[in-house]
Design a binder for this molecule. Sequence first.
Ligand code: APR
Length: 172
Amino acid sequence: MEISCHLGDITTTRVDAVVNAANSSLMGGGGVDGAIHRAAGPELLAECRRVRAEQWPEGLPVGEAVATGAGRLPARWVVHTVGPNRHRGETDPELLASCFRRSLEVAHGLGAVSVAFPAVSAGVYGWEPAVVADVAVAAVRETAPAAATVQHVRFVLFGEPVLAEFERALGA
Ligand code: APR
């Protein structure tokens, strides 16, 4: 598995599966979530409503992941995951590691070969980019053997400071 990091907008990244930093409602929001829903179009929200009704009526738990189509995005799938929210006292790094692990496992199950991740929880949910980078890189490296179809993982980041943390974590 090749793991890389880049500056960019995840909604324009040409991969099989784009990971969304969602919230438990799956009904959209700001940040990555808002950008993905805007770019994907209303069919994404319609599919999220079906996922809620059929699979997660109580909402998607923190650390879990679920796939939908990608609407008008260049990707084939969106894998929605819910990061831990530091402002709610969700400070266990294992919850954040689970987001990356479960998203990769779901992508593998779909047969995705390439996956793009944002820095889940590093925005509204208040986690330090340095911690997110360390947790994300370790979780992806640990999950790689089990997610054998996934050959390329790209961390797509907003802003030089976050990119620098992922470059540091990847170099470690
Ligand atoms: N492409 C790549 N990265 C992005 C993009 C984008 N288009 N937009 C924002 N980011 C970056 C942010 O700068 C941050 O570093 O993604 C990281 C995650 O930020 P958030 O999107 O705020 O995600 P998170 O911290 O997990 O908070 C999730 O925010 O948008 C709501 O509905 C969402 O309630 C949920 C919460």
